[in-house]
Design a protein around this ligand. Structure first.
Ligand code: CA
Length: 241
């Protein structure tokens, strides 16, 4: 069955190079997206406080500022804290920086990129978001208690030592998988499938990025995790209870 036409989605395009900014907006516009083009980090941070976006396309190299710092600032805000962010990088090596560190970016595209690749990434990120929303209340998943943490999937709520901790849908899914089976080692591929389901554009490094974000939120000392343990050469597990 063909999907029904989607409502117009809004995309914030942050790119100081006018040619690229215009090109991205032109093609997203043709595809039916509404673009808000801006050239600087200041304009970008101003825009994200004013309205929620469905996606942000963000250049890594902005004048005088690192796109990653813009990324983090967006994540700290409220209106767009869960928005998918597609980072544009100039070189292949920079992509490691984007997804390898805890930047908050969801995917990247190396310049020069083709229009079809851009549109494919955009669609994938937006589809992933739709899956997220529909998976917000996983069927048949029961609340679990793990040490000092409680997870309630029907409310998508995590409490750590009695305090609410905000998680994105992906973070919640991933943590739920790990905590519901303490001691079981999950490969990155398995966690990828369970967290993102059918989206094929996500790489296993997204799992590492998500684990880093989760550790910052739930571990007393994120550098020496006591809950989510790395199993070298295998994957991740929740520490035995
Ligand atoms: Ca630039």
């Amino acid at each position: 069955m063909e999907a029904a036409p989607e409502p117009r989605r809004s995309v914030l395009v942050v790119e100081d190079e006018k040619n690229i900014r215009d090109l991205v907006c032109l093609h997203l516009g043709v595809e039916g997206y509404t673009c808000v083009p801006v050239a600087t980090d200041t304009e970008a941070l101003d825009a994200v406080t004013k309205q929620p976006f469905d996606l942000i396309v963000l250049d890594l190299m902005l004048p005088g500022v690192d796109g990653l710092s813009v990324c983090r600032a967006v994540r700290r805000g409220t209106a767009n804290r869960d928005v998918p962010i597609l980072m544009l990088t100039a070189r292949r090596e920079e992509s490691d920086k984007v997804l390898g560190l805890d930047s908050g970016a969801d995917d990247y595209l190396t310049k020069p990129f083709g229009v079809r690749e851009l549109l494919a990434r955009v669609r994938a990120l937006l589809r992933r978001r739709t899956v997220d929303a529909s998976a917000a209340v996983p069927d048949g998943q029961k609340p679990i208690v793990y040490k000092h943490m409680e997870m309630d999937p029907s409310r998508r709520r995590l409490r750590v030592a009695g305090l609410d901790v905000e998680l994105t849908a992906h973070e919640f899914n991933l943590l739920y998988v790990l905590l519901s089976q303490p001691g079981i080692v999950f490969t990155r591929e398995a966690l990828l499938r369970k967290t993102w389901r059918e989206d094929t554009f996500v790489t296993v490094r997204s799992v590492d990025t998500l684990i880093k974000r989760l550790r910052r939120k739930i571990e007393k000392d994120p550098a020496n995790p006591a809950v989510i343990l790395t199993v070298w050469g295998a994957g991740y597990k929740a520490a035995d209870v």
